[in-house]
Design a protein around this ligand. Sequence first.
Ligand code: GLN
Length: 473
Amino acid sequence: MSQWPSIADIVQSVEAGKVQATELVRQALKTIEDKQEYQAIIAVIKERAENRAADIDKRVAKGEKIGRLAGVPFIAKDNMLTFGSETTAASNILKGFEAPYQATAIEKLEAEGAICVAKANLDAFAHGASTENSDVMTTKNPHDTSRVPGGSSGGSAAAVVLDMAPFALGTDTGGSIRLPASFTGAVGYKPTYGLVSRSGVIAMASSTDVIGPLARTVEDAALVLDVMSGRDDLDGTTIERDTSPYTTLDVSVKGKTVGIIAEYMDEGVDPAIRKEIEAAVKQLQAAGANIVSVSLPSLPLALACYYIICPAEVSSNLSRYDGQHYGFSHADAKSLEESYNWSRSEGFGDEAKRRIMIGTYVLSSGYYDAYYKKAQTVRTKLVEEFTRAFKKVDFLAGPVAPMTAFEIGKNVDDPLQMYLVDIMTVAASLVGIPAVSVPVAKVQGLPVGLQLMAPQKHDRALLSLAAKIKETA
Ligand code: GLN
């Protein structure tokens, strides 16, 4: 059992003066300290968090209303700009960088009384599926410390499952919220692209990056999404949010059709996982949904498409880290050119370099048509196939990954094997639709998540559907 009640209950207790925000922050920081061996946290925001909590307690004592997240501690993935600690995206090239402003999502949560207490570990710049690409350390899976927690938001997912805070924020570019949620047994929600502002997020692939919550329940995730979503002048790709709150979870499942994605249920998937996914979908049937099988024929191309478009955008987004503007700068360089070269050579890890090289290659004049343009064509085809599928079904379902959490070290020397872990998550990112991982069961002691997807902007319905799932073991 978790030491945290639901977020709604915490807020009620704080607003009623029954629990002090100071006490909640103390509890979060103590758990973080006690569970250091999991290596989920790379920076603690102690002083600022304590001051904010003390301020909230004072305001409560004066009878002021605080907000919908009054006194709730949370943890942000370290690729989001926050005050009170360095923000490094777990990359050596950003060592020492302190944010001059906070991410819009953080500002929105704080405006409702939430308190950021720490920054979570990740694969450097969010490139990865295990957190082993972090330049700082590898986070351990709370269920088996010899295994990865998934990535890239592995620190955030582990932190939630380890009870360090009631919720954490992750980012999902090709699966980085859903995969660690599945591997650790958290709920991980990737909103519709543009529903949450990317302002203040260290960009990975700008056309798919989204912020989303990792939490213990769908209800908690919905509340966090409700607070942080909406149009933002600082991010031109943001969209209008629903006028109804995401927290009501009252979209009926009765008579809705859920399509199990045939391509995600083939022999490549661990049969024990397939069985659990089928059992979980039966719960939706019991709640009144019709279950059908759906084929999206271009899905087998999604991974290759993603691993062209993503590095292309990465190579462009990482060009700003040149040793002059942010964080690390090579001290011995004697010219500007040397400073660029040496700072980037030493500051970036292997995976960032690999993506810069692949991205630059696929965008180069000689190969643009053969790779980048073709990948964009496939992306359009995927959008068309999903649009067509959503004319027949209301939701799509399948596993999050073909396997449960793997051993630390298993895939580190084989980048292709690591990329394959993303085979079932990248399509929703390329298409920009909302997708969620909800824990359904355990296979040999390791959590398995069910992935559910809905059309763009159907976040309320998707959360309502996800709330119907109960974990069986
Ligand atoms: N594992 C995927 C990648 O490495 C997704 C990462 C992410 O969503 N940030 O690109």
